[in-house]
Write a new protein. Sequence first.
Length: 397
Amino acid sequence: MADIAATDITITPLIASKRKVSSRVVEIEGTLAFGNAALLYPSAGVPLSTTLGAFGVALPLRQLELITDRNSTTGTHWYADVSTPATPLLHGWHYGYTPQVIVEEVPTLTGTTTKAGTLSYKPAYIFSATATVSGTIHAMKIIPSTVTAAAKEIKMNMATGAFTSFAETPTVMTFSYIPQQPSGPFSAANMVINEVITNAAAGVNSASRAAAIQYMYQTAATAARIDFANAGASGKVILDINNSSATTFTSNHADNNDKAAVVTYLKYAGFQQPGVEFIDQAAVTLTSEAKEYGKTAGDRVSGLVIPGTGTQIQLLQGATYTEAWLAASTATAAAGRVKLEVLKGMKFTSAETVAATTMENTPLLFLSSLYTSHHGLAELTNAHAPAATTLRYIARF
């Protein structure tokens, strides 16, 4: 479906209300009518006309105040932003609009070999990303939106949810993630996006202690995504997420030592509330290469266990550590690819060449049924199609 455009808004100035309120200010009342439950809310907000006279006076718009600012049927609140006169916008906000978890969303893709799209909600944390390439479902790696992608990587703008694939012609892409909430541990205020650090053999701390890390990406030559591993190697860094109340990254290879990188994470400080538990990097026993929470005595139940290293986990096969990536429930487990079934309370199923016995070095977050996100006002997303709405305004010129 198409987005709402400026031409989809009917502006009706009430000419009889035109008045001069000072030597330099003229104001007029009127109405804005838009929305049909089909056209979508643009990700930047609903654009308003910039045509002189559209609001009733042939002068540049200085201020737009909404007298009626709420759709009484849907409860959506609206405000006008004319801080940038060249691009005036309407922003819509709604109570309780943002869900707590999105499971296996399949966004609309555009493009030919390289595919692009936008998640329905701005992501706070993505824990599974999958793409179907040449008929095979692959687990994908999240990287910053500003870098160059390689095979099986997805460039993700964590501030907007816009993403771009590598040029490998994925036909379907699937994401499981936690949307940004108005406040609390998954709010934008608790996110750190692309903090710059310099990897070192002696270790380097992030500015804040992390509870969950989306990715690390080395920006200095050779630029590449960095995996979290049990031992330092080229392209791999050791993660100690709780190193005496700090989060430490240790690089033990010349390819990464003293190289600039960016890291995106959720701050631990935001998770100090009932119903949310941080679980440090303890070994998790697998049974027949699987772990389904709630099936073993002592398991955490009535909630979700979220891996704390984005779409990556670590596995131990005998004496060998390996990195693996989380794929959707429709995927087939294989070496380096773990099938993740979210709706089974989080079931991880691996299929390594040498059977994996434990999940290692992977912090976890437990979101119990007692946890309720803060459902305050949140801006609509591009997945929302506003209903028919009429707002009354005062325009000043």
